[in-house]
Design a binder for this molecule. Structure first.
Ligand code: DAH
Length: 346
């Protein structure tokens, strides 16, 4: 007995179910699985077509057409859903790798002055404001300007303290900025009021000494310059540089090129002069900050100034020392390491 079309599952029913499942599918793998399930060689619609042979010949064309319409509908739905899922994937991928072009960009990182340059500039600004003009001298000096004319003849024991780098007969890397005093007085009659900032060199190297460091020299010569002027200038200078009312203390000392000579202390800027356990001032409350004195007449004799008519004072200050105290830096080598993590803090 020939099977009737009604024994088969109706193609419309199969396709209705398939269309719903296609619409619900969420990725291309499950979509492909549906295609195989319905339209593959052993698929359910394909199977319906194969059943055609068991139908009465009169029913075959109409049934065949219904199966074909169902297949076309499924093909179209598979393609449409496939395209939809492809677009959705692309959108998700774009969103995941999204660049928000409306965000502000990274600006260029501006450079900034090195803490030593900054300290040096501050020192020169303060003294410049007190009438001192900047002079310069050579870093490779001769023995005469670095020692002899500063009242340190060849056999003078004070030379020992200067750990000199010799670069030739009679040539040294200047051990201090004091030779600039001589060079300026040689070419210029009094009165004068100058500072000489620059690099100096000594054979010394640890956490608080560098073989190259910086000093600022000061020199004022005029009629009637006294020790009181020196004290006034230094006190004002130190309070402005440290930007607070630091205590200032003068202790008798010795330099060959000044008489009398002093070492100048400031109240410890780390512990606020309390002393106690402070490691920076070792509990004394004071920090030695510079050397100074009244210009020795023997120095004036070397440059042809008349010590009966003119007097003057001089001082020399270490730039690294001031910067270390001002910014709380405990190792001088940080200044020369070029470490941006250090430098960016200023
Ligand atoms: N030149 C000295 C040094 O480097 C510092 C110094 C002390 C400079 C006393 C001066 C001064 O002008 O009067 O050790």
């Amino acid at each position: 007995m020939a099977a009737s079309a009604h024994d088969q599952q109706l193609p419309e029913a199969i396709s209705e179910e398939a269309l719903a499942r296609i619409q619900a599918s969420s990725d291309s793998a499950s979509l492909e699985a549906l295609r195989v399930e319905y339209l593959g060689k052993k698929g359910r619609l394909t199977g319906a077509l194969r059943a055609l042979g068991s139908l009465a010949p009169a029913e075959r064309p109409a049934f065949g057409q219904r199966v074909n319409r169902a297949k076309e509908a499924l093909d179209a739905a598979l393609a449409a859903r496939g395209e939809e899922l492809r677009l959705r994937r692309r959108e998700a991928a774009l969103e995941a790798s999204a660049v928000d072009v409306t965000l502000p960009g990274f600006g260029p990182t501006p450079g900034r002055p090195h803490p030593l340059s900054r300290t040096l500039t501050e020192i020169c600004d303060v003294l410049g404001g007190m009438g001192f003009t900047v002079e310069e001298g050579p870093e490779v000096e001769d023995d005469y300007h670095n020692f002899e004319a500063l009242n340190m003849p060849a056999d003078h024991p004070a030379r020992d303290m200067q750990d000199t780098f010799f670069v030739g007969d009679d040539r040294v890397l200047r051990t201090h900025t004091s030779p600039v005093q001589i060079r300026v007085m040689e070419r210029q009659p009094p009165p004068l009021r100058i500072i000489a900032p620059g690099a100096v060199y000594r054979n010394d190297d640890d956490a608080t000494h560098s073989p190259m460091f910086h000093q600022v020299e000061g020199l004022m010569v005029d009629r009637g310059v006294t020790f009181a002027h020196l004290k006034g200038v230094l006190t004002t200078f130190l309070r402005r540089v440290f930007e607070r009312e630091v205590g200032v203390r003068l202790r008798p000392s010795f330099f060959p090129f000044t008489e009398p000579s002093v070492e100048v202390d400031v109240g410890c800027v780390v512990c606020g002069q309390r002393g106690g356990e402070c490691r920076v001032c070792k509990g004394t409350g004071w920090l030695e900050i510079l050397g100074a004195g009244m210009v020795d007449p023997a120095v004036f004799a070397h440059v042809g100034y008349d010590p009966e008519e003119f007097t003057g004072f001089a001082f020399g200050v270490g730039v690294e020392r001031i910067a270390m105290l001002k910014y709380g830096i405990d190792d001088i080598r940080l200044f020369y390491g070029g470490d941006l993590r250090f430098l960016r803090q200023f």
